[in-house]
Design a protein around this ligand. Structure first.
Ligand code: GAR
Length: 221
């Protein structure tokens, strides 16, 4: 029999999505293949037409739709979302294309265990339309960041980034595709670190294997 130390209890992961859910699917598959010491126990969407809901259900994962349109303001919605997420007793909450700004109501309920993936080299291009903004600025490189979520929009400590080149004829769609390929590599890796208790959020920032990470996360070069 493996000891509890060799075979620690799997972390419970809840994923929030708004759309396609390709990152969610990739993460769920990594969990099911035992490449991450965790289980995606629920996928929750704020939009009924989020295609990822059906994909998660096909994998046998619990799904929920919590419509933001049913609530008077962001705080009320976030309180309802907190209650639904809390019901799954998560160790980690993953935002994977969840296109809503979260208020302190949500962030404070799950402080230090929410992560997001954002399609830019943070701190550049917080917010929307990041691929087009990188093109419009004439940038020669672009990328993606995984970060802990704090109350500042796209502003929590970066854990890991991946860079991609921008070529002269690129469109926003080309960049989105190139960035997506990197997302499928770095998000599961970071989640694996967290689920192995190697990564945490502290007052100093993101800490991996006891070392505080810099502004651009692990391996800034
Ligand atoms: C991903 O590219 C992710 O980086 C982005 O939404 C996409 C979701 O794709 N997130 C944001 O823009 C958050 N600000 P997916 O639904 O196929 O995983």
């Amino acid at each position: 029999m493996p000891s509890a130390i060799e075979n620690p209890i799997k972390k419970r992961i809840v994923v929030l999505i708004s759309g396609t859910g390709s990152n969610m699917l990739n993460i769920a598959e990594h969990c099911q293949d035992n490449k991450i010491n965790g289980d995606v126990v629920a996928v929750i969407a704020n939009r009924a037409d989020a295609a990822g809901l059906a994909k998660a259900a096909e994998l046998g994962i619990a799904t929920e739709f919590v419509p933001h349109t049913s609530f008077a303001d962001r705080e009320d919605y976030d309180q309802a979302l907190v209650e639904r997420v809390q019901s799954y007793q998560p160790d980690l909450i993953i935002l994977a294309g969840f296109m809503r700004v979260l208020t302190p109501v949500f962030v404070s309920a799950f402080a230090d265990r929410i992560m997001n993936i954002h399609p830019s080299l943070l701190p550049k291009y917080k917010g929307m339309h990041t691929h087009q903004r990188a093109l419009d600025a004439g940038d020669e490189e672009h990328g993606v960041s995984v970060h802990f979520v704090t109350e500042e929009l796209d502003g929590g400590p970066v854990i890991l980034q991946s860079r991609v080149p921008i070529f002269p004829e690129d469109t926003a769609e080309d960049l989105q595709e190139r960035v997506h390929e990197q997302e499928y590599r770095i998000y599961p890796l970071v989640i694996r670190w967290f689920c192995a208790d190697r990564l945490k959020l502290t007052e100093e920032g993101a800490v991996l294997d006891g070392a505080t990470l810099g502004e651009q996360g692990y391996a800034p070069e």
